[in-house]
Design a protein around this ligand. Structure first.
Ligand code: PLP
Length: 391
């Protein structure tokens, strides 16, 4: 089955749900069993790798339906849902790391992933080294005998560097390390981490899977080999997502393909327009020909998200505020992946430790929504005019 068909049909079971097309929401903590033998059988199942419904935290029909659909799209053995993208990331890291281990993390990683490594993992005796996102096979020089996990994110948050995932995965595996990838940008529709050597594929489903800026959700999908360790640790941590939010993610998944194709198209139109503007120093978008990540994007990815960044010519904070405060169509707020456009300043100059981001001028991260791009460009053009009038 092709992906567009999978996202429509996977995880649905109308026969067992009164014919209802969409898997309905099951609210559950207690799940009753009719005999001691059945109860024992369900309890025993929790140690294997089959789905089980013992207790609300451990598994319920709404979660299993969504997880089945995501695993089908990812091409993985099974998927687990988490209450946020960050919970998916922290649970993955805690599942495969222990005291004395060494962790490699890309320097362009999502900020809270860096904070979790620095503030939490460090307290449990895990040492983190950041690496140049464009290191490729050069990661070999950073591997230590105790390097247990290599964490990747491509393209990176805020600065959008592409990573050579297969090259990194080959070297990590040769050294016995587990490869994790935050694949929120492309979603498994445009890039399939598990087919490119990644062992643990992570989604902040809050973004494009939910797709409507109204719920938090994370997913992790693995091959069979890594599943039990991930599932056991996640359950020991008490991770579980609520059925209403899972339902919204499951519903969003059905339309992921049409939305994502439009975000890609609209995003490229606006990115190309921005690249030709005198107010803009540089556009950071891996699907834009000429971008340093373009060749890797073209080689490995099937499409692009509507999320990218641009650097404006150096200007005062007042001029920047004049531009941003009165934008009509771009909201100013965190997150992305919904139907609407957003703009926030990024601060890569502050966080990077290995490969400083040295552009002068502010970096603005934009999410291009499903509005007509002509209207978005007109909004930006008026913003640039206000900026110029203020400076
Ligand atoms: C938003 C985001 C996350 C975290 O997801 P939450 O659901 O907000 O916890 C992780 N990685 C990337 C790349 C993100 O953009």
């Amino acid at each position: 089955m092709k992906d567009d068909t999978k996202i429509v049909v996977a995880g649905r079971d109308p026969q067992n749900n009164h014919g209802i097309v969409n898997p309905p929401v099951y609210h559950a903590s207690t799940i009753l069993r009719s005999s001691l033998a059945h109860l024992n059988e369900m309890a025993e199942k929790r140690y294997g790798d089959e789905p089980e419904m013992l207790y609300g935290r451990v598994g319920h029909p709404t979660a299993l339906a969504f997880e089945e659909a995501m695993a089908a799209l990812e091409g993985g053995f099974r998927c687990l849902a988490y209450p946020s993208g960050l919970a998916a990331i922290s649970s993955s890291l805690l599942s495969f790391l222990q005291a004395g281990d060494h962790l490699l993390v890309s320097d362009s990683v999502y900020g809270p992933t860096r904070t979790f490594s620095d503030k939490v993992l460090s307290r449990y005796g895990v040492e983190t080294t950041y690496y140049d996102p464009e290191v490729g096979a050069g990661i070999a020089d950073l591997m230590r005998p105790n390097t247990r996990v290599v964490f990747t994110e491509s393209p990176g948050s805020q600065t959008f560097e592409m990573q050579d995932i297969p090259a990194i995965a080959d070297i990590a595996h040769a050294n016995g390390a587990v490869v994790m990838m935050d694949n929120t940008w492309a979603t498994p529709l445009f890039f399939k981490p598990l087919e490119y050597g990644v062992d643990v594929s992570i989604q902040a489903a809050t973004k494009y899977i939910v797709g409507h800026s109204d719920a938090m959700m994370g997913t992790v999908t693995t091959h069979r080999e890594h599943f039990v360790q991930l599932r056991d640790t996640s359950q020991q941590l008490g991770q579980c997502a609520g059925p209403d939010d899972i339902y919204l993610a499951q519903r969003g998944l059905r339309t992921l393909s049409v939305r994502l194709h439009r975000h890609w198209e609209n995003g490229l139109k606006v990115a190309e327009w921005l690249a030709g503007r005198p107010e803009v120093k540089r556009v950071l978008h891996p699907a834009l020909p000429g971008d340093p990540g373009y060749d890797l994007w073209k080689r490995d990815f099937k499409g692009a998200a509507g999320l990218f960044a641009f650097v404006v010519q150096p200007c005062s904070e007042t001029a920047l505020a004049a531009m941003m405060d009165d934008l009509e169509l771009f909201g100013m707020g965190y997150s992305w992946g919904g139907y609407e456009s957003l703009m926030v300043p990024g601060h890569p100059q502050k966080f990077r430790t290995v490969k400083p981001f040295e552009e002068e001028g502010r970096l603005l991260r934009v999410h291009i929504g499903l509005e007509d791009p002509e209207d978005l460009m007109a909004d930006l053009e008026a913003g640039f005019a206000r900026m110029k009038a203020t400076d």
